[in-house]
Design a binder for this molecule. Sequence first.
Ligand SMILES: NC(=O)c1ccc[n+]([C@@H]2O[C@H](COP(=O)([O-])OP(=O)(O)OC[C@H]3O[C@@H](n4cnc5c(N)ncnc54)[C@H](O)[C@@H]3O)[C@@H](O)[C@H]2O)c1
Length: 324
Amino acid sequence: MNEQYYELLKGKKVLVTGGLGFVGHNLVKTLSKDYGCKVIVVDDCSNSTEKAISEIASQVEFHRMSVLDTENFFPLLKDVNYIFHLACIQIAASGSLPFDDLNVNALSTLKILEHLRSTRLPKLERFLYTSSCSVYGSSTRLPASEEDPTRVLSNYAATKLLGEHYTLIYNRNYNIPVSVVRYSNIFGYGQSPRNPYCGVLGKFVHHALIGEPLKIFGDGEQTRDYTFITDAVDATILAAAHPMAYGDVFNIGTCVETSVNKLVELIRQYAPGIKVENIPERDIDNIRRRMIDIEKIHQKLGWAPKVGMQKGIQLTIDWYKSTL
Ligand SMILES: NC(=O)c1ccc[n+]([C@@H]2O[C@H](COP(=O)([O-])OP(=O)(O)OC[C@H]3O[C@@H](n4cnc5c(N)ncnc54)[C@H](O)[C@@H]3O)[C@@H](O)[C@H]2O)c1
C-alpha cells in the first residue's frame, strides 16, 4: 500500500503557486487541514480571489504576487520541502494572451528550475509541475498513455508541454527532484461559475440551478475524461511524495470517456427542466475525443480514482446549492 508516502508530507513546509485557483485552493486546504503543512501561497489573483482560502486564512501565508516577480518570489522558496507549481494562464485565454501564456506556463517554470539548480535548496524534496492532457491533442489511440506521442493543438498545450520538458530536463541533467502530472478535465468544489474560465461542468451545474440554458459548443458529441477534484488533489500529493514518481510524468484521470450530451443527461436527473443551446465551436474546441490511460499511476504509485461521474456531479450540485 502507499499510505506511508502520504505520511511524508505531514507537517512539511510547502509552497503552492496558483494556490487560490480552482485546483490550487483545494490542494492548499487539504495540505493545511489534513496534512498539517505550513503552506505558503503565491498567486497574483489574475484568475482568483483571496476569498478562496478565507476559511484557513490564519493558517496559511499568502503573498499576492506574480511568479514572474522573481526578486520577491524566490526568497520564499528558501526552506520549503515541496513546491507545487500550479500558476497558469488558462487554455481559453492562451490564444488571446500568447505571451502571458508562454511566460506563466513555461518561462516561470524554467526560472524556478534555474533557481533550484543554482541554489540547491537543502530542504527541497520535490518540485511538482502540473501539466495537462491537452498535450495529447486529438490522440489517435485511446486511452492516451504517457508513452504516446504528443500533438499540441493550442498555445496552452504547447507551453504546458514546454514546462514539462524543462522540468524533466532539470531532473535528468541537474538532479533536481521533480514530478509531473497531466490532469484531465477536473471538476467539483470551488469552481466559480462567474469565472470566465470555469470548466464546462461547473458552468452547466450553475446554469441548471439558476434555470438558464446550457450552452454546448458544436454537436455535444465531443468527449472528455472528467476527474473529480478530491481525486486530482489526492493523486497530486501522492505524485509529489512517492519515490517512484521521482523524475517521471503521470496521467491523472479516470479512463472513462463522457460526451457533453451525456453530461447534460446526468445533470438533467437533478434538474429535469433544463434547456440546451447549441452554439458554434471555438478555436480551442479542436479535440474530439479524450480518454486517459491511468495504468502507469496505478501500477507505479498504487493510485486509482475514487469518485465516479454520477457521485461527482451530485457532490458538485450539492456544493453549488450550498454556496450560491
Ligand atoms: N482544471 C483543470 O481541469 C486542469 C486540467 C489540466 C491542467 N490543469 C493545470 O492545473 C493547474 C491549476 O489549474 P486550475 O484549473 O486550478 O487553474 P486556475 O486558473 O483556477 O488557477 C490558476 C491560478 O494561477 C494564478 N496565476 C495566474 N498567473 C499567475 C502569475 N503570473 N503568478 C501567480 N499566480 C498566477 C491565477 O490567479 C489562478 O489563481 C494549472 O497549471 C493548469 O494548467 C488544470
